[in-house]
Design a protein around this ligand. Sequence first.
Ligand code: 1HE
Length: 261
Amino acid sequence: MKNTDIIHLELRGEHKEIAVIRLTRKAKRNAINDALVLALRNLFDGLPTTVRAAVLDGEGEHFCAGLDLSELTERDAGQGLHHSRMWHAALERVQFGPVPVIAALHGAVVGGGLELASACHIRVADDSTFYALPEGSRGIFVGGGGSVRIPKLIGVARMTDMMLTGRVYNAQDGERIGLAQYLVPQGQAFEKAFELAVRVAQNAPLTNYALMHALPRIAEQPADHGLFTESMMAAIAQSAPEAKSRVKAFLDGKAAKVSKG
Ligand code: 1HE
């Protein structure tokens, strides 16, 4: 992937196992235009095979101001449909791509920015973070998968309120309602997200795969189907050589115990 003026990829770690992906449209508060949606999709499609976890960050004071509104005005209904589907394709690559993605949130996480964050697997917010869905007041609707993913984090009622009333959640309330799993002091979101990515990258790849690809699907299935899928996934994960060696290491007293946080 060639770095551009709108998105940047850097590989870190001894084995280039952590991808640091940064939106770099700071002057436009990382608003997502068509070029950036496509660049995101292409970047996740082309992640090197060394990568085991990714951090998604936004340059400047704000994570992402959502859809680039300057591109909205000229579209008719058909073009609008395809535009939304283009976002779906890109964010699908984030959620169901090759590796877990940890978002480092700060400043505005609004509109399509919140849709993007909700496609990630872990969200770390710093104290400056605020969340909103201004689509309601702009006379539009979410189009980047927000109506599917955001209610899974905070429920239909809270999302409805955000869109009907323009309610803005601050960082503390955002963490309380489930928009982020971690809350850190201002300026420390990237550092914490990177630390988590290093931890995630050490898991057996098949476990991470199961968490990204099996768990959300199981959660959508009727209980009977979900339990069956869970058993299939558990059997596959257990049979991997890596699972056997990790369990043996624990039984031999060579692996870390679970300790109080
Ligand atoms: C933009 C955008 C944008 C900033 N599209 N250009 N999203 C929104 O409705 C959020 C709109 N943005 C804001 O409310 C504010 O810009 C922020 C709270 C994010 C940041 O405020 P601030 O004071 O730091 O920056 P600013 O002065 O408002 O913006 C700086 C520049 O970025 C300015 O351009 P300039 O040429 O005058 O310097 C802004 O116009 C530009 N900018 N945000 C275009 N969003 C898949 S569907 C998803 C649907 C949605 O996401 S709707 C929600 C859209």
